[in-house]
Design a binder for this molecule. Sequence first.
Ligand code: EZ4
Ligand code: CO
Length: 402
Amino acid sequence: MRITDARVVVTSPGRNFVTLKLVTEDGVTGVGDSTLNGRELAVAAYLREHVVPLLIGRDAARIEDTWQYLYQGAYWRRGPVTMSAIAAVDTALWDIKGKVAGLPVYQLLGGRSRDGVTVYGHANGETIDDVLAEVARFVELGYRAVRVQSGVPGLAKTYGVSADRMFYEPADAAQPTETVWSTRRYLAHVPGIFARVREEFGTHLQLLHDVHHRLTPIEAARLGKSLEPHDLTWMEDPVPADLQEGFRLIRQHTTTPIAVGEVFNSIYDCAALIREQLIDYVRATVVHAGGITHLRRIFDLAALHHVRSGSHGATDLSPVCMAAALHLDLAIPNFGLQEYMRHTPETDEVFPHGYHFDDGYLHPPETPGLGVDLDEEAAARYLYNPAYLPVNRLEDGTVHPW
Ligand code: EZ4
Ligand code: CO
């Protein structure tokens, strides 16, 4: 079954997305997400100029072979642009295989290992009262796990705390917004927030916190220790994992579990972290880590070392990525949690999908393939709109050095 057409669609229904749609000679289609927040057009060009010409005429049934062909064949290995492009092809081929087999993709991955995929939502607020109200709202919606981010007194704007509660969007301007950071103010404030949240909501609710790579290892160790009484499910991205050995230092000092990996694009980004059991959750995703094929490889390595999955699922990961993630989450033995931020109605219109939220769980659809599509007519109505993530500076004006 040959691939006869491959279309790269850039659309901006509220935010930018890049999607690949493959078509086979017998008219079966498959979709894959390749959105790379703030660098979208680099991936679109990589696909259009360097991948699409290689796909036409290839056998759509050969998923692993195509992955190796694009990865080994590029010569230039890894990197977010390459791996997001390969991810889109891989995801679309799994979608096609499911449709041809008449099975949802999770069945091709070994079938379900659980009843539903536990997701966590984002409770953001400037003040403690805002935060408590937001956590309450997620609890009422049925969430079993909530990420808690708050404003920091003395800082004008904190990454992860949005003006628009329901559809949080950090890529907010055509020139990056500049924000000011203070580790002293942050470390002094965060533990008190979690003390209040635990007081109000008890011990059963799973709580998470995202540090967004802002600390050094010893500062992260101190934060982890100060959060131990509040029993977090994880402390996310305490330091950037460019320095994998930095996590050894954090581990020596705290039992607060650690999650990292939303910027990873390869198993080699986390091989040492996993083998040395320096983390508890790996947050790599279908779209940025080479598709279902490569992410499955990362999760299998993680399972050997008692590390769970905890995939990134912010709004810049399209419903195509979310659907693919849910099939994988449902099938693997070492699933931990899945991040879930609701998309806007405009995004949902462009990407009709059958996954649904119920009582704290997401469920992938039972339809063949991924159960998500790209409505190309609707997509054409939303033109690309340049938007960048903010740049962070210290109080003296230095660009945050890690
Ligand atoms: O910063 O998706 O855990 N979620 C996050 C997100 C990411 C954005 C980057 O594109 O940290 O808000
Ligand atoms: Co994060």
